[in-house]
Write a protein that binds this ligand. Structure first.
Ligand code: PEP
Ligand code: MG
Length: 576
């Protein structure tokens, strides 16, 4: 028999770790939808069918919640609330009644429309939401057609699937599956968050995985690199077996430094903080240790609670209380750019009405969020931060509005503490006037994703020019250094919350620059601490000095590479 040839597939790294084993492949495939017109007599029956199938699915989801931690229960509740949405029910019933279509067609059509509306905006976050809605739609269709739901079997250890719904992610978690390879999905899908938080190795966005990998194929999953290798040759297998052993040892080593400070060998200490996208991630942060949050992105809340002060207040307060006495840095809605809020066309959305620009034009939304944030600060550990600031005037106007909202709340009798006030430094123009606005600020946080995009004029999401996008560009490093020096002179805390804080090359430079805080993905906090504990501040400072005299990101990378090779070779083994 001819042995199968080795296939290497690349995807998005979601959750690190290495696993070698047999694949179980899940494919939903197309479900045929009956689109005929029904008779008047059939209307009631079709409506009943829709309601029965929907209620059954809700029941299944309710059952799935048993024994699960609170943060996952909340994710399932989101799915339940989509299914129970009155507008969805009305639209489906109208289509059945008024257009006399089958229940399955009505579900297919309405769900499809909802998903398309979200997909149209082109952001990965909304695409992830759309995919979740489509998955619920497929589950409803399966209910109507009496098709089996996918179940994890005892022996399944690596699941390869076209997509994965929240309830399936829960099943995967409960049944002890070790690794998941998914064709669709992105970093912000709820399933991705569950896998990351519960350390299930995962690679998403692996195109055609379910077609190229067959049931029973031997696969290697490398979650740190986002790599999947099917039917490996002997040499590949041997290499990964060794890597897997090393990785396990490395992970065990990480738990040993849990209680130790993020200090260099020569004693310079750094504050590590977490970046979170949804409130539920706070549980993971707590599990890792005593850390604050340097960036709570609120865009995911925007779509569900932007007009709801009470709900926002409850969410912010709950997270702040869980973190106390460590700080919670809440960033005002960074809407606009690729996260559009309406259908308004902009030629250059990333240079358009985004972040603080939009909030200052939509004070209704801004006021609601600010009121919720201030009221939530009864313990005093909340920091408030504004995104996409380009100019002095924006800071003046925002600070004025901030103080006005504070006064309004005090007059209404609310008791709270004034949150610390800070800005994101992510537009180059701001860097060189920062010292002149320092008296209005308590802290700054450098968003290297955007400052790289705007310094190099490279759209951070455009794959055609991604070879130009690098936060290791000497100009970017220079700006971080410049901001840090201003911060030191003006007594401002300097945090860095872009992706550079989770990049081993970037971390060496940030240490050498001497920023105060690095804020990053929670699951990489301990790894970052380990790296900092392996290096010397003085040496890192030297590297920065040299880097500032180089011409290109690749020269900077080579410079740091030599240092990593000497001080932390394991990093190169796992992440290169
Ligand atoms: C950044 O720009 O670096 C940042 C942290 O913000 P976001 O990635 O949310 O734009
Ligand atoms: Mg940004």
């Amino acid at each position: 028999m001819k042995s199968k040839s080795e296939i290497v597939l690349k995807g998005i790294p979601i959750s690190p770790g290495i696993l070698i084993g047999e694949a179980t492949v899940w494919r939903i495939g197309e479900i045929h939808v009956d689109s005929r017109k029904i008779s008047v007599e059939e209307i009631e029956k079709e409506i009943e069918l829709f309601k029965k199938v929907r209620d059954n699915l809700v029941k299944d989801l309710e059952l799935a919640k048993v024994d699960l931690p609170e943060e996952i229960v909340k994710l399932i509740d989101v799915q339940i609330s989509i299914l129970k949405d009155v507008e969805l029910e009305k639209q489906v019933m109208d289509l059945i009644k008024e257009k006399r279509r089958t229940a399955e067609f009505a579900i297919y059509h309405i769900i499809g429309q909802k998903a398309e509306q979200l997909e149209k905006f082109g952001t990965q976050y909304l695409k992830d939401r759309a995919q979740e809605i489509r998955k619920l739609g497929r589950d409803l269709l399966k209910g109507i057609k009496n098709l089996e739901k996918r179940k994890v079997r005892e022996e399944d250890k690596i699941i390869v699937t076209d997509d994965v719904a929240v309830d399936e992610a829960v099943e995967i978690l409960k049944r002890g599956v070790k690794a998941v390879i998914v064709e669709g999905g992105g970093k912000t899908s709820h399933a991705a968050i569950i896998f990351r938080d519960y350390k299930i190795i995962a690679v998403f966005g692996v195109e055609n995985a379910t077609k190229r990998i067959a049931n029973g194929d031997m696969v290697i999953v490398d979650g740190a690199k986002g790599l999947v290798i099917a039917n490996p040759q002997d040499a590949t297998l041997a290499h990964y077996q060794k890597l897997q052993e090393d990785y396990i040892k490395y992970e065990q080593g990480l738990s040993e430094i849990k209680e130790l400070p993020a200090a260099t060998l020569d004693g310079r200490e750094f504050v590590l903080m977490a970046n979170i996208d949804i409130p539920e991630e706070i549980e993971l942060v707590k599990e890792i240790g005593d850390y604050g949050v340097g960036l709570f992105r609120t865009e995911l809340l925007f779509y569900s609670v932007k007009d709801d002060e009470e709900r926002q207040y409850e969410i912010y307060r709950e997270v702040a209380h869980k973190l106390y006495p460590f700080p919670l840095t809440i960033r005002a809605f960074d809407i606009g750019g690729d996260k559009a809020i309406d259908n308004y066309y902009e030629r250059n959305p990333f240079l358009g009405l985004r972040g603080i620009r939009l909030l200052l034009q939509r004070k209704d939304l801004f006021r609601t969020q600010l009121r919720a944030i201030m009221r939530a600060n009864d313990l005093g550990n909340i920091r408030f931060m504004i995104p996409m600031v380009c100019c002095h005037e924006e800071v003046v106007e925002t600070k004025k509005f901030f103080l006005k909202v504070k006064k309004e709340l005090e007059q209404e009798g609310y008791k709270f503490q004034q949150p610390k006030f800070g800005i994101m430094v992510e537009v180059p123009s701001l860097v060189f006037v920062l010292d002149k606005m320092a008296d209005m600020l308590d802290f700054v946080s450098i968003g290297t994703n955007d400052i790289t995009q705007y310094t190099l004029a490279v759209d951070r999401k455009n794959p055609r020019i991604s070879y130009l996008f690098s936060h290791l560009h000497p100009s970017v490093i220079y700006m971080i250094k410049y901001v840090t020096d201003v911060g030191r002179k003006k007594n401002l805390i300097v945090d860095v919350c872009g992706e550079i804080s989770s990049d081993p090359y970037g971390i060496i430079l940030l240490v050498g620059i001497g920023v105060d805080e690095l804020s990053l993905t929670p699951s990489l906090i301990l790894e970052t601490k380990k790296l900092i504990r392996n290096i010397e501040f003085k040496e890192a400072e030297n590297i920065v000095e040299k880097a500032l005299n180089l011409k290109t990101p690749s020269e900077v990378k080579s410079l740091v590479y030599e240092y990593l090779k000497e001080r932390a070779p394991y990093i190169l083994e796992f992440y290169e």
